[in-house]
Write a protein that binds this ligand. Structure first.
Ligand code: ADP
Length: 451
């Protein structure tokens, strides 16, 4: 049984249960129907014989039967016997009764070779001395007849009934288990074919299978995201780390081969240090982007007063305060991931300084527009020409890497966009070369603004 499917097990179990139930019902019906048939035969016998009593008259010691005397009615035969038990009227079909002693009022069963009868004798007196016996009898419902009939019907009907029950329960359980089959098929396809994009896609419902399918789909989603993030990380890291690693390798080989002057050695060490910083920047940014992609970074949204939040961010001594203006038009509170929002804003502010004109200015502002809260960082720097504006959001894209400074690897804006997306928002950019750029984070106010 262990090797059979659940459907077969349920079908066998239900069919056996049905068979047991049918057998019990059959036994019960047989016993009831026997009892009922016997009772009804006895009551017929009693009624007919007692009705006949009224029709028995003795006229000058001669028997006179009324017109309504029934020798045979409803299966009951009535005989009239004299006091000395000789048959006066009626036909005795069964010779066995000849020897049957009379018992007044006693209903009993008399068996012959072929049949069984209920017999009832009534003494009908006529004065003190004389009288006649009335003997009624009816064929007892064959004890085995009903049973035989029922068994016969059951033997024909029961297999059909059980076959129908088995078929029905198999079909119902097959239908009920269909979602499970599609869950298994998808899980197997994901596992065997490594096709992580497959989904079960059952309609949303409250039953166990829909919930299981939904949970599996979420699991596949996470698996796919995590797999893609890992692939992206491996591809990005191996691609981007190649250059600094080969520069360091070349510098080391040169230093080993040739005697370098102390100044040259110092220069080599500085160069190795710069490349190491670059690699460190790449790895830590990639790791944190991968964690965001995978959803493994522990994050919690919190209500944040945007004025206070931006103020704390802007007073950082790393920023030249004389060149930075903060403008928050109204008191706004929004549900955000504070750590991520801080990363987003810092990236934008640092870029604004990095790509600004010498002595240029940076403006940070927050304001509400329709159903959005806009957080904006604007500068009057070098700007970005139109054909580059889409590209700067890509990983590792830099318009001019010589301006990016140490640690700048072209991942900042990719992360900014990722964080905006995690908040359910998006980024826009408007920029004019040599006039300045303005980066805006659009945060949906409807769900996140708790004011
Ligand atoms: P990184 O600054 O490390 O190079 P980012 O992803 O932050 O990488 O930026 C990508 C590119 O977009 C930068 O290399 C730069 O060319 C351009 N960029 C970003 N911010 C500005 C800005 N405020 N003004 C002009 N160019 C910018």
């Amino acid at each position: 049984m262990r090797n059979f499917s659940v459907k077969v097990k349920i079908t066998v179990w239900l069919t056996l249960l049905m068979a047991l139930l049918a057998a019990l019902l059959l036994a019960f019906t047989i016993s009831i129907s026997n009892a009922v048939a016997s009772k009804s035969a006895k009551s017929q016998l009693s009624t007919v014989v007692r009705d006949n009593i009224a029709q028995v008259h003795m006229v000058q010691n001669r028997l006179d039967l009324g017109e309504e005397f029934d020798f045979y009615r409803n299966g009951v035969s009535t005989l009239v016997y004299s006091k000395n038990e000789s048959l006066l009227a009626g036909r005795l079909p069964v010779s066995a009764f000849e020897k049957e002693a009379f018992q007044n009022g006693g209903m009993r069963m008399v068996s012959t070779q072929e049949e069984q009868y209920f017999v009832l004798d009534i003494w009908v007196p006529n004065g003190w001395e004389s009288g006649v016996w009335l003997r009624g009898f009816i064929e007892a419902p064959g004890r085995f007849q009903t049973t035989r009939d029922l068994l016969f019907v059951s033997l024909v009907a029961l297999p059909v009934f059980l076959a129908l029950a088995a078929l029905g329960s198999y079909r119902i359980s097959k239908r009920a288990f269909r979602p499970l089959n599609s869950i298994i098929a998808t899980a197997e396809a994901v596992n065997e074919a490594k096709d992580l994009s497959r989904r079960i896609g059952l309609p949303v419902g409250k039953d166990e299978f829909s919930r299981l399918a939904g949970t599996f789909d979420q699991l596949f989603e996470r698996l796919e995201r995590s797999f893609e993030a890992e692939q992206q990380f491996t591809a990005d890291a191996s691609h981007e780390l190649r250059t600094p690693v080969s520069i360091i390798k070349g510098a080391c080989e040169y230093a080993r081969k040739y005697d370098e002057t102390p100044e040259e050695r110092q220069e080599t060490i500085s160069m190795i240090y710069r490349q190491t910083l670059k690699m460190y920047g790449i790895i830590s940014q990639l790791l944190s982007m991968m964690r965001l992609d995978q959803g493994t970074e522990p994050l919690r949204k919190e209500p944040v007063n945007l004025g206070q939040f931006l103020n704390a961010l802007c007073v950082d001594p790393a920023y030249d305060q004389k060149r930075l203006t903060l403008d928050v038009s109204e008191d706004m509170t929004a549900l955000v991931y504070p750590e991520l929002l801080s990363r987003l804003m810092r990236n934008l502010v640092e870029n604004a300084f990095k790509y600004g004109k010498p002595g240029g200015h940076v403006w940070v502002s927050a304001y509400r527009e329709k159903d959005e809260i806009l957080l904006q960082v604007r500068d009057d720097g070098i700007g970005i020409c139109a054909d580059q504006q889409d590209k700067i959001w890509q990983r590792f894209y830099q318009v001019d890497s010589s301006r990016s400074g140490e640690g700048g690897v072209g991942l900042g804006l990719a992360m900014v966009r990722q964080i905006a997306k995690l908040h359910g928002g998006y980024m826009t950019l408007s920029s004019i070369p040599d006039a300045g750029s303005s980066f805006t984070f659009h945060l949906p106010a409807e769900q996140d603004d708790i004011n």
